[in-house]
Design a binder for this molecule. Sequence first.
Ligand SMILES: NC(=O)c1ccc[n+]([C@@H]2O[C@H](COP(=O)([O-])OP(=O)(O)OC[C@H]3O[C@@H](n4cnc5c(N)ncnc54)[C@H](O)[C@@H]3O)[C@@H](O)[C@H]2O)c1
Length: 255
Amino acid sequence: MKNAIVTGAASDIGQAIVRTLVAEGAYVVLADNDLETVEAVARDMPGTEAVHLDLRSADSVRRVAADIVERLGAPDQLVNGAALCNGGSLQSVDEDTWAQDLDVVLAGTIRVSQALLPAMREAGHGAVVNIASVNGHGYFGADAYSAAKAGVLNLTKTLAAQYGPYGVRVNSVSPGTVVNAKRRRQLAADPHALDRATEWYPLGRVGVPQDVADAVVFLLSDKASWITGTDLRVDGGLMAGMPGLAEALGGSPDA
Ligand SMILES: NC(=O)c1ccc[n+]([C@@H]2O[C@H](COP(=O)([O-])OP(=O)(O)OC[C@H]3O[C@@H](n4cnc5c(N)ncnc54)[C@H](O)[C@@H]3O)[C@@H](O)[C@H]2O)c1
């Protein structure tokens, strides 16, 4: 049985990843600073356990990592999915606000990598997926969060190159807009809340957590055994091009 750790497991995307890994037969540790939610999820899902993890604290990360490695061994699969997005432009947010995004998203992923990758290296195998974002590839708002996600994309390549020789693969997934708890609340108040965003997606819809989970679990699986250092965009075609712009420019003769 494979041991997996999913950070940010309280989120909708995190929970979808956990469910999919469990269905594939893995034992999954749900790590999040929202302990109440991960405990509730783990209670209903055999083959899982919940732990409190605060990515802002190197001590917390080291403690949780050491405990997991001691009890379960080095993880076979690791998903860095926790994030914080305070949003806003660099002109509109103060230092404390943008620094929190960088601390959780980028420094948090570095802390977890430092704490767990040496054990995976020693084990001689393992797969990591970092959840990045289309925001790491271009401008979609949330400036500090986006800069941090761009850092995660670079970190993924660095770790892939460094740990590849030891049998550890490191990839990332870049989701576009995915319906999460916040968006579900928006949609409950207004079923058309995402209509304007949907227009930008060539596939005609925004994402659901399972779209991301399927990509993550593929990259963690042995089916991806010769894939490392890559980013898989799960974005309904958002980054492929802009049909609205093509139309504004006179359209494509083939479309
Ligand atoms: N939803 C989207 O549209 C979207 C788009 C692109 C990328 N993503 C990425 O997918 C992942 C999950 O997204 P979501 O929208 O479901 O997430 P979300 O924002 O709803 O949840 C983030 C999770 O991280 C946890 N977290 C926050 N700070 C933490 C800390 N200090 N220590 C430990 N855990 C902490 C939260 O408790 C929560 O469970 C994130 O990495 C996010 O950046 C989401």
